[in-house]
Ligand binder design. Structure first.
Ligand code: ADP
Length: 482
């Protein structure tokens, strides 16, 4: 691996400001070719407890620092991420597979959370409320919640970390992090830059290894006051259950099943462009990916043809190769899920306009566009998390709203129409946390990201993302006439 700053490639965990090896190690491979990239320690309960000890101690000092100080440290971390973005993207592409240009985009996005919250650190305002009694004052202050545990996924190995860490540190919290087993090196590189930026020891701890043992400590230890998880709905439910015994605050960013609705009055070319990004970013492996594309009968064939034409032109391959826009999927299980969805749909009458699987063992999938879809197919109910665009035909607005909402998920939705009234009506009616209107890419540090229903709890990004790490304290000051 050619890095300008080789120290970014760390194969040890970062606990209490020290880089620690383990007695056992996990092998990390490149999903593009199966080659070994390196190793990380297999740590468990003891090391997770050490992380919490360190974070608890660091929190007691960090919470007393000024907002200005925290803002400056975060600003430095942001600047280092920007400075080393080529190296960070190289590590990210190696372990995750996404094309290098897209990895650079993720690093910029990840850094933008650190920038945003370096600014927001200064704005954790409280409140004065008119008193209900004479000679009294109602005062509300904001305090950092305490030690936060984060568990993150492999699809955005950098951004899913910074959008938890940055507001946590800005608010005055400390953090213990377990990154995804597939993508630990990006997390450790971020920790290295945090160290360089002057984050005090113990404030940010990164532990790799046994997810169940580490998650057990994170959810049971009384000193951890909040768990922030991004991942599957099933694991989110497990962590919520485990956290019940100590009543922890939870932030859960779970699975989606996003509808992408194209009305007959839409700008079809814009809708096709939007679908390309909403469906195929990160090879379809994002929780806000369009999972069900509903297209009005009057424009269905036109949309299908235009989309398939563009999809056929997408270059699939290794993330470092020129012009590649679709990298490998993360593992064999991910490929098997796409395969199951395609086979189920085709068996029930769907037609594939394009798409193919690589030879055995390879994780490349040439993206699929399926037409003649029906709501009894697997993909209508489950998130594919892969490069498969299924096109469902619809006939009217009320019908498509009902079908779009017919899922336990409620993360993102997209709709394309030229009618202002329809945009508002349908946007209001969709049971989701985020709606893209004539737009396929909605993620930004400036906006609150999160879902409703079984897609989760809480929001990340914007000022609301900072509130997640703050507790309110109400103080009544009485007897002011004395
Ligand atoms: P995916 O299937 O996409 O990998 P998961 O929800 O299984 O999504 O994983 C997301 C994160 O949750 C990863 O860091 C993983 O190691 C972690 N994880 C999975 N199971 C558990 C568990 N029982 N306790 C704690 N963490 C877990």
């Amino acid at each position: 691996m050619q890095l300008k700053y080789p120290a970014l490639f760390q194969q040890q965990c970062y606990i209490n400001g020290q880089w620690l090896a383990g007695s056992e190690e996990e092998v990390i491979t490149n999903p593009s070719n199966g080659e070994v990239i390196g190793h990380v320690p297999t740590m468990g309960q003891n090391e997770a407890e050490q992380c919490v000890d360190a974070a608890h101690k660091a929190f007691s000092e960090w919470k007393l620092t000024t907002a200005d100080h925290r803002a400056n440290v975060l600003r430095k971390w942001y600047e280092l991420m920007v400075e080393h973005s080529d190296d960070l993207a190289t590590i990210l592409t190696l372990e995750q597979g996404k094309p290098f240009a897209e990895a650079k985009g993720e690093i910029a996005y990840a850094a933008s959370f650190v920038q945003w919250y370096s600014e927001e650190a200064r704005r954790a305002y409280g409140e004065m409320i008119p008193s209900h009694r004479p000679n009294g004052k109602i005062v509300v202050t904001k305090e950092p919640i305490g030690v936060v545990a984060a568990i993150t996924p492999w699809n955005f190995p950098a951004a899913m970390i910074t959008r938890k860490c940055a507001p946590a540190f800005a608010a005055g919290c400390a953090m213990v992090l377990k990154p995804a087993p597939e993508t630990p090196f990006t997390a450790l590189a971020l920790a290295k830059l945090a160290e360089d930026a002057g984050l005090p020891k113990g404030l940010f701890n990164v532990v790799t290894g046994d997810a169940i043992a580490i998650g057990g400590v994170f959810t049971a230890d009384k000193r951890v006051r909040k768990v922030s998880f991004t991942g599957s709905t099933n694991v989110g439910k497990i962590l919520m259950n485990q956290s019940a015994s100590t009543i922890k605050k939870m932030a859960l960013e779970l699975g989606g099943n996003a509808p992408f609705i194209v009305f007959d009055d839409a700008d079809i070319d814009a809708a096709v462009e939007g679908a390309m990004i909403a469906k195929f970013r990160n090879a379809g492996q994002t929780c806000v990916c369009a999972n069900r594309l509903f297209v009005h009968d009057a424009v269905y064939d036109q949309f299908a043809q235009k989309l398939a034409q563009k999809v056929k032109a997408l270059k699939v391959g290794d993330g470092f190769a020129d012009n590649v826009v679709i990298g490998p999927l993360i593992n064999a299980g991910a490929v098997a899920k796409v395969q199951a969805h395609v086979e189920d749909a085709v068996a029930k009458g769907a037609e594939a306009l394009c798409g193919a699987f690589a030879k055995d063992g390879e994780l490349f999938v040439a993206p699929f566009v399926l037409t003649q879809m029906s709501d009894d197919m697997l993909v209508a109910q489950e998130e594919t998390f892969g490069p498969l665009a299924p096109l469902f035909r619809f006939y009217d607005e009320a019908e498509v709203i009902e079908r779009a909402n017919n899922t336990e998920s409620g993360l993102a939705a997209y709709l394309y129409t030229r009618s202002l009234g329809r945009a508002w009506r349908v946007g209001d009616a969709l049971e989701v946390g985020m709606v893209g209107i004539n737009e396929g890419l909605i993620s930004t540090a400036a906006a609150p990201f999160g879902g409703v229903k079984e897609s989760g709890l809480g929001r990340e990004g914007s000022r609301h993302g900072m509130e997640e790490y703050l507790e309110m304290k109400y103080m009544f000051m009485g007897g002011l006439d004395q």
